[in-house]
Design a protein around this ligand. Structure first.
Ligand SMILES: *Cc1c(COP(=O)(O)O)cnc(C)c1O
Length: 812
């Protein structure tokens, strides 16, 4: 055991005193949290050092997961859980008069990501450490994470997320390991003994300082590292020359311009902002990351020519794809390797995950802009492109095809293509998504490199999303089938025999009810709204995006509301609709949708004639910590994206694992959830993949038809502009136009009827509680296959070819 209760209590009191010269009675919750966090980090330090030492000493192959985003959330609870000292801490603190749960609330979420993609990276880090796989994160230490959302008069207002305000107990700044990253300048080409060499001059240097956070494995001795880079000026403070000339503000400007590189996370989910600062961010962390990896590899004394046997670099979405060119640049310019050898090594090191087929998310950079910022890297990409185009031409003798597949074409660089050409593996994130990539979006590349393409369906860590977020459900599971599922989540399937056991189902019901009651109390305290814990908790929480179709959900609510107005005695189970969603600050339609949800909430919640049968609640500031609270309360999980548009989804898996019933289109990983639980245990509706693709190909969808032929739709859509929602008519005019004049890009009106019918099925199913609980149990039973442990095992075996390492615990 790491520590016993008595020692823990003493350690904690001592920590409070040494850090703040305070005892428990005189310390704030913040100081208590910081003291506890710092103590927990201390408890993990020995394992952290051992892990690093053992990887180096045994020359273990290591994975570096490069990602612009890590949506980590809070670490206190999960670190205590993974160190297996939860009970000791909870009881020990309780004896000191401190509530551990309350202390956890003090921690600011590390919100260094937008949504699913960043959260996936965080789940993967947890799984790699817990499986003993040598795998680390590499990213940016943003001063400000994803904005904090406030709702004012129904509108989203963005507030900077100053998550570092109270300090960050988990990180270690390692200025001694800083790296210089170079921007701009020119390249001089010289020839010596028939060999070309390139000198980069007049560049601007930016210092990349690493901040390391321990990633603690579950009940093992592995502690991996998440290394995030911060941009700083080399001369520390400011440009002395300007300063001495009395140009103080100019001197400081320089410092700010450099630090701006790691200042803020781009708040766009799936849409790409083509600003140069974003390219700077990408190159900044990729260059620093690769240089530091090569530096530590060289310390082992092995020759650079063998590096591909010891490292894997994973490119999480297209954002870090510049890694392909930067790795080549380092091997060629700094390590003096010939092109062909460097290229072979690079493709063996790199692996790429594609996360989306949405065209607006494809990373493309204008040649002009790119060349100016990264002249030498551009030359490398140019050469990669030329050699690749030659290969394509040799194979097909077809110039049109060459043009279609070229990395550089029509004045811009297609970064996804660079990632594909430069990697040995290209994977999609769910079966359907990978199939679409192979058959449509990346068909030419699939034909050219069939061996590179593979699927790795996303996953979630069951430690955070079940053990930590729903402890009472865990207790029930363990009481029922023992503890094996904790180390082997696929063993949750043993629950299947209890899905018809009334005793088990009653307990399952009781746990869900308790979670709902607790949440209702929080809602009452925070929003002053009373919600009925006996109502169906119907939850759609995810980023706000047209393709995710929060609008479809709202339209069903309005339909239900009008039905209740017409017939107040309508026999339905009371329902509470929850939404949680941030909209990108520049995404106009998404922000209007938030206003619409709040407007409908206002209308419905204050209408006494419907007897409180439905309520609508928009939960402010959806984040990891809020997700952990709402998901265990959900009866219904809304996964209603337009088929083909959601690459995988991971929210769907979190809900399933907590026993919610999914109402879903056959999109992303919903397809695989459906495959596992079967028709009887999920409610499927909506257009199928081929239908959507045919409409898109033939361009023959007609939204107006549904408006003109379905009176329910007409009434709802008209209410957007006729003042009946109680706001000025202009408020939702643009949503109205989007649906009719712009022909409803994501088929909301087309799927409306089927969705309403599916919601009726939910209502009927819920009335049969015994059946409902059986479905719930079946969902939990099959959810183990969606643990990211399973996903990571597949990445390790089929892409990275890395093995777990058993870290030995030795104390110094
Ligand atoms: C899981 C998660 C997401 C992803 O949700 P999807 O429904 O898959 O889009 C987004 N944000 C947060 C905070 C999450 O925890």
């Amino acid at each position: 055991m790491l520590v016993d209760k008595k020692t823990f209590k003493n350690d904690f009191k001592k920590k409070l005193m040494t850090l703040y010269a305070e005892d428990i009675d005189n310390s704030s919750k913040l100081h208590q949290y910081l003291a506890l966090g710092s103590l927990i980090k201390e408890y993990s330090a020995q394992k952290w050092m051992n892990t690093n030492n053992q990887y180096a000493k045994e020359s273990r192959k290591q994975v570096y997961y490069f990602s612009m985003e890590f949506l980590i959330g809070r670490l206190l609870g999960s670190n205590i859980l993974n160190l297996d000292i939860y009970d000791i801490c909870e009881e020990g603190l309780s004896e000191l008069g401190i509530n551990l749960e309350e202390l956890q609330e003090v921690e600011n979420d590390a919100g260094l990501g937008n949504g699913g993609l960043g959260r996936l990276a965080a789940c993967f880090l947890d799984s790699m450490a817990s499986l003993g796989i040598p795998g680390h994160g590499c990213g940016i230490r943003y001063d400000y994470g994803l904005f904090e959302q406030k709702i004012v008069d129904g509108y989203q207002v963005e507030i900077p997320d100053n998550w570092l305000r109270d300090g960050n107990v988990w990180e270690v700044r390692r200025e001694d390991k800083a790296i210089v990253v170079k921007f701009g300048g020119e390249v001089i080409q010289t020839e010596k003994d028939g060999k070309l060499s390139f000198e980069h001059i007049n560049y601007e240097s930016v210092l990349a300082v690493p901040y390391d956070t321990p990633i603690i494995g579950y009940k093992n001795n592995t502690v991996n590292t998440m290394r995030l880079w911060r941009a700083e000026t080399i001369d520390k403070d400011f440009d002395l020359e300007s300063f001495s000339k009395g140009q103080y503000s100019k001197a400081v400007e320089h410092k700010y311009s450099i630090e701006s590189i790691s200042q803020v996370l781009y708040p766009d989910d799936t849409r790409i902002d083509g600003k140069i600062l974003r390219l700077k961010q990408q190159y900044f962390f990729v260059s620093a990351g690769l240089k530091s990896i090569i530096r530590s590899y060289k310390k082992t004394g092995r020759p650079i020519e063998e590096i591909h046997n010891y490292i894997q670099v994973h490119i999480n979405d297209t954002h870090p794809s510049i890694a392909v060119a930067e790795f080549m640049r380092i091997l060629i310019d700094e390590e003096n390797l010939p092109w062909d050898e460097a290229w072979k090594m690079t493709t063996e090191v790199m692996a790429y995950t594609n996360h989306t087929i949405l065209a607006e998310a494809l990373e493309k950079w204008s040649i002009e802009l790119f060349k100016k910022l990264l002249p030498r890297v551009f030359m490398i990409i140019d050469e990669i492109n030329e050699r690749f185009c030659k290969e394509v031409f040799e194979k097909y003798n077809d110039l049109e095809k060459v043009h279609k597949m070229a990395i550089i074409a029509d004045g811009s660089i297609n970064m996804a293509y660079l990632a594909i050409v430069g990697s040995h593996s290209v994977n999609g994130v769910a079966k359907l998504h990978t199939e679409i990539l192979k058959s449509r979006e990346l068909h030419n590349f699939y034909e050219f490199y069939p061996e590179k393409f593979n699927n790795k369906t996303n996953g979630i860590t069951h430690r955070r999303w079940l053990m930590k977020s729903n402890p009472r459900l865990c207790e029930l599971i363990t009481d029922t089938i023992g503890t094996k599922w904790i180390e082997a989540p696929e063993k949750l399937i043993d629950l299947i025999v209890y899905s018809e056991d009334e005793n088990f189902k009653n307990k399952l019901h009781e746990i869900k009810q308790n979670n709902k009651i607790r949440f209702a109390e929080m809602v009452k305290a925070k929003y002053g709204i009373s919600i009925d814990p006996n109502s169906i908790f119907d939850v759609q929480v995810k980023r706000l995006h047209a393709y995710k179709r929060q609008l479809l959900n709202v339209f069903n609510i309005l339909n239900l509301y009008y039905k209740l107005k017409d017939d107040p005695n309508l026999d339905i189970v009371p329902r509470t609709f929850f939404f949680g969603a941030k909209a990108a600050p520049g995404y106009y339609l998404a922000k209007r949708t938030i206003k619409l949800i709040n407007t409908v909430a206002n209308l419905v919640n204050n209408d006494t004639t419907i007897n409180g049968k439905i309520k609508v609640l928009f939960l402010e500031n959806y984040s990891v910590s809020l997700a952990e609270k709402i998901i265990p309360c959900a009866d219904v999980s809304e996964q209603i994206s337009t088929t083909t548009k959601e690459a995988s989804g991971t929210g769907n898996m979190k809900f399933m694992m907590n026993g919610a019933i999914t109402i879903a289109t056959l999109d992303g990983a919903n397809v695989e959830i459906h495959e596992k639980v079967g028709d009887k245990n999920i409610v499927i509706f909506g257009m199928k993949k081929d239908e959507v693709m045919n409409y898109e190909k033939n361009k023959n969808y007609n939204a107006a038809y549904y408006y003109n032929n379905d009176p329910r739709i007409k009434r709802i859509v008209d209410s957007l502009i006729d003042g009946s929602l109680g706001v000025p008519k202009s408020e939702f005019e643009d949503i109205y136009k989007y649906l009719l004049a712009n022909n409803d890009e994501f088929f909301v009106l087309k799927d409306f009827d089927d969705y309403v019918e599916a919601q009726n099925r939910i209502n009927l199913l819920y009335k049969n509680q015994s059946k409902w609980l059986e479905m719930s149990a079946v969902n939990i039973a099959y959810s183990g296959d969606f643990s990211s442990d399973n996903t990571i095992k597949n990445y390790a075996k089929e892409i990275w070819h890395v093995n777990p390492v058993n870290i030995k615990l030795k104390k110094n």
